[in-house]
Design a protein around this ligand. Structure first.
Ligand SMILES: Nc1ncnc2c1ncn2[C@@H]1O[C@H](COP(=O)(O)OP(=O)(O)O)[C@@H](O)[C@H]1O
Ligand code: SF4
Ligand SMILES: [Mg+2]
Length: 453
């Protein structure tokens, strides 16, 4: 299966006055196309650091002495690893900062469009003084203005005959959504496909109403100058400098694109189960409940249909009922958007509900990975077994606490980092890091109980 994201042997060391914290110690991971991959582990094991490394959003004191992250055949860490290797002991956060900025620039074209992340604290990632719709629109305006231009243009170009044809296609084969995209592309209406499909997928109205709405999507009028501007943006994929710099033109362009962005925001919010989106887009973050805010943050992450979405503890800040709604929403949207997801959580019972595979992380390494049912029902690594026995169940079985504490990341135990807490520890465990060992169809574990190589 194709890989959406490959992480190879990544190491991240945070240099601080109190010592070097080795947050990631050789992480290997492949996110398969279309899957939801869970990452679990106690607090402090490096889950967030892994997400931030992939996004190129590390703090300036983070050295990356080794590793590769590949998205879309592009390797993202090269500059950082070469600096960390060259600097060695003399690592200087200020110099690293310059390299991070260069990496940032190179990544700007990927971020939001190919890769996006929902951060651990949803309350802090929204701007309190901007409307919800504005914040969604802004993300599309910066990363993918051509999408907005082509959506607006498609509504002016679509003839009644085009729209009737699309309705006909949907009637014949409701599941054949590729046919709509192909038709739209062929007839110069690329931006129409997602608008038509959005109406078609709505669950709150009956088919006759949907058909009527689709037929009314065309025939919009646009005066000559804005049309020319939009056509240029659609063709070049970017907003040309002349439009950005000339005050009047840039105002007109912004207004049209943001208006379209609000429209797209309404669509996204509806997909994420938010009722009355036309009101919500005009609200400010403080007017929304925690669950709604979390959905808005996810909407922003999904706004540009990125290939890879990293969700960092998306349900930790909300109560259980909202958590259930958000999990339901993620299950639903994964069918509709063609993204692959990394779902980070310290809570295995949350991952069990949405993930295809689960990876277990300990002290900055993946110690076990496999299909969700295998990892949860037949956990191989002693640490996974310990985590699972600590999950409370409704049957009221006795919950075994987790023994010991996570190691000090400045002095990670030699050999298998888990050895001081492991009930099965052997002499060799203390000496050498255990290799990854394949078990069963699709499970990998790093533990000497399953062999030496
Ligand atoms: N900027 C930083 N400077 C120093 N140490 C950091 C920094 N960011 C994270 N760490 C350390 O890295 C380790 C992993 O943290 P994190 O990735 O946030 O874990 P998790 O998300 O699994 O709880 C922790 O020991 C944390 O203290
Ligand atoms: S390698 Fe040894 S110490 Fe590590 S988990 Fe396996 S048995 Fe325990
Ligand atoms: Mg975290």
């Amino acid at each position: 299966m194709a890989a959406a994201l490959t992480v190879r042997d990544v190491e991240v060391h945070f240099h601080t006055r109190r010592g070097v914290y080795k947050a990631l110690n050789g992480v290997d991971l492949t996110l398969r196309s279309g899957e939801v991959l869970g990452i679990a582990g106690e607090s402090g094991c490096g889950k967030t650091t892994l997400g931030l490394t992939v996004m190129g959003l590390l703090a300036r004191n983070a050295a990356v002495p080794n590793g590769e992250v590949v998205v879309d055949n592009i390797e993202l860490l090269g500059l950082l690893t070469s600096y960390a290797l060259e600097a060695g002991e003399n690592f200087d956060p200020r110099k690293n900062d310059r390299i991070l900025r260069r990496t940032n620039k190179a990544l700007a074209a990927l971020r939001g469009v190919k890769l996006s992340m929902v951060f651990q604290e949803p309350m802090t990632s929204l701007n309190p003084v901007l409307q919800i719709g504005f914040q969604v629109a802004e993300s599309i305006y910066f990363h993918n203005p051509a999408l907005l231009a082509s959506r607006a243009l498609a509504r002016t170009r679509a003839t009644p005959a085009d729209l009737r044809e699309m309705v006909q296609l949907l009637r014949q084969a409701p599941g054949e959504e590729d046919a709509i995209a192909a038709y739209a592309k062929e007839h110069g209406l690329a931006g129409m496909a997602e608008q038509v499909l959005f109406v078609w997928r709505r669950g709150d109205i009956h088919t006759a109403k949907k058909e009527k709405m689709i037929l009314s999507l065309g025939g919009e009028e646009l005066s000559i100058i804005p049309r020319k501007v939009l056509e240029t943006i659609e063709r070049t994929g970017d907003i040309p400098l002349v439009y950005r710099r000339a005050p009047i033109v840039s105002k007109v362009v912004r207004r049209i694109l943001f208006k379209e962005g609000y429209r797209k925001a309404e669509e996204l919010l509806t997909t994420l189960g938010i009722p009355r989106p036309e009101r919500v887009v005009r609200m400010y973050p403080h007017e929304l409940s925690g669950g709604m805010r979390q959905r808005v943050v996810i909407a922003i992450a999904l706004a540009n249909n990125p290939g890879v979405v990293i969700l960092d503890e998306p349900t930790s800040a909300v109560d259980v009922t909202v958590q259930a709604q958000i999990l339901e929403m993620i299950k639903k949207i994964r069918e509709e958007v063609r993204s692959s997801f990394v779902f980070i959580s310290h809570d295995l019972s949350v991952l069990a509900q949405v993930c295809d595979r689960i990876a277990i992380m300990y002290a900055g390494k993946i110690v076990e990975i496999g299909p969700t049912s295998a990892v949860l029902n037949e956990p191989l690594h002693p640490y996974t077994q310990m985590l699972i026995s600590a999950v409370p169940t409704l049957e009221g079985k006795e919950v075994a606490g987790i023994v010991g504490e996570i190691p000090d990341m400045r002095a990670i135990p030699t050999g298998c980092a888990f050895h001081p807490r492991c009930p099965h520890v052997m002499e060799k465990c203390k000496l050498k890091v255990p290799p990854d060992i394949s078990q069963g169809a699709d499970q990998v574990v790093a533990c000497y109980l399953y062999g030496d190589a």
